[in-house]
Design a protein around this ligand. Sequence first.
Ligand code: Z5A
Length: 224
Amino acid sequence: MNEPVSRGLFITFEGPEGAGKTTQIARLVERLTGAEVAHIVTREPGGTPLGTRIRQVVLLEPDLPVDPLPEFLLYSASRAQLVGQIIRPALARGEVVVCDRYADSSLAYQGAGRGLDAGLLAQITHAATGGLQPDLTFLLDLDPAVGLARAATRGEPDRLERADLSFHQRVREGFLALAHGEPARFRVMDGTRSPDELAEQIWSTVAETLGTVQIGAGQAEAPA
Ligand code: Z5A
């Protein structure tokens, strides 16, 4: 097996419901495994025992009243635990970290969607993450009506899936504005393309990025 990359690489996937994040993360993991690149996969909210409990409360008990600010603080608490317990240690080991949603989701859902103040969100997010930003973010962009229809086939809607379409449209616009503001970090992908096409595009970007990162003792090599 190759030595792990000498500094880790932090990759996040973002986008509206049903955009295909889970599908593409599974495909990326196959490629990383095949190329023998050390990696971990995690998600938000969740990824730790505390995060899993927070996920239950904030998403899967939609009748429990939770106002926008406490909703954001719950996501932030899950994020702080995930960064400290899982993400930073993996990056310090030189691994690739693939995360299904991260702080951009709070800016899009609780900021653009719920209307919380962007400055407040940034301040608390910085405290929760110690300023840790992804190196690369894939935004799978999709008309929310299409994404919600895809997600609807899975059974009972969670708290966010119950929100109206205009909320999800604001979320989509919020994601696109974030991507516009940070073009070096974001790769905006057309979520209506086929899973195969998207997987190829994503792997080519990740392989290229890995090729620019030192692997092992001074070797610079891209995975196959
Ligand atoms: N949230 C928040 O508000 N604030 C925060 O800070 C954070 C999160 C971190 C997490 O939900 C919720 O938390 C989320 C935002 C909120 N909103 N909701 N609800 P989640 O983790 O349970 O689910 P999700 O992140 O929204 O993902 P998802 O709904 O599971 O969808 P996905 O992972 O993006 O898509 P998928 O499962 O890969 O695909 C969905 C379906 O589409 C499936 O049947 C696939 O076979 C199909 N699919 C996938 N790709 C394609 C393509 N390319 N073409 C056609 N069909 C496809």
